[in-house]
Design a protein around this ligand. Structure first.
Ligand code: OAD
Length: 229
């Protein structure tokens, strides 16, 4: 595959989903080996469950953190991180882009490495396998800073994503099935905003907005397409 000539592009956005981390060993949600259906959302991944038994929900998320800590970013993450001026808009909560060195990462669905207190507004970053503390200084339980089923997305995060997508001229969608909204609308939004849109996926999403579709994995395609930068 030929290396892409980037001389005509000034603002690049990488839009990533679970497939981006698949070669790091983090399972996707849907498809073969996907985690969907492997745990009960009602027991572990919604606000009601957290309010009912916070320790159980926090314990489940600690396990997810430990699993992800045993995984490493791959060459594809590093290629993206090497393009320091590009923005990353990700649906992933695993923090792999940042671990690879990306700095401008917009996390649409939050992060496994953040906690927040809904009682007093306190926010905390915490990167260990085990949470440093489960409770806020105000006495309330700290809640994982991720988007659970039934949650509303953070409007300021969505606005930042919309801003970088509307002004990009190259949009690269990687490893997303494109079925979860509002993120599913981003390729069309980028296309309508005038960006050239590329999809990288071994099983392409079928989204009509992509100008070029590359059937392959993130770890294989990214170094070839953007290699040597
Ligand atoms: P999915 O699990 O729905 O889709 C994963 C995509 O990655 C599929 O299109 C696969 O073909 C592709 N894929 C698999 N291996 C790949 C590889 N090595 N390289 C590139 N692509 C690969 O994941 P998402 O689209 O990210 O939301 O799911 C979106 C949202 O659904 C998640 O953020 C999560 C979930 O509900 C929340 O938790 C709010």
């Amino acid at each position: 595959m030929e290396t892409l000539d980037l001389s005509g592009y000034r603002h690049i956005v990488f839009f990533t989903g679970a497939g981006m981390s698949a070669e790091s060993g983090v399972p996707t949600y849907r498809g073969k080996g996907g985690t969907r259906g492997s745990y009960s959302i009602g027991e572990y991944a919604c606000q009601e469950a957290f309010e009912r038994v916070p320790e159980k929900v926090l314990g489940f998320h600690e396990k997810r953190r430990r699993f992800v800590l045993d995984c490493e970013p791959h060459e594809g993450h590093r290629v993206i991180a090497g393009m320091a001026d590009a923005a990353v808009v990700t649906q992933n909560i695993d923090g792999m882009h940042q671990r690879a060195g990306s700095r401008n990462v917009i996390e649409l669905h939050g992060s496994l490495w953040r906690l927040r207190c809904d009682a007093c507004g306190f926010r905390k970053e915490d990167y260990g396998g085990t949470y440093e503390t489960l409770q806020c200084g105000c006495g309330a339980w700290l809640r994982p800073g991720i988007t659970w089923f039934g949650d509303v997305l953070d409007a300021s995060v969505m606005n930042r994503a919309a801003e970088v997508i509307s002004s990009c001229d190259l949009f690269v969608g990687i490893g997303t099935s494109g079925v979860v909204w509002p993120a599913a609308g981003f390729p069309a939004f980028a296309h309508e905003s005038g960006a050239y849109c590329i999809e990288i996926n071994p099983e392409p999403s079928g989204a009509a907005s992509y100008d070029r579709v590359i059937e392959g994995t993130a770890g294989e395609v990214l170094p070839q397409l953007f290699g040597g930068r």
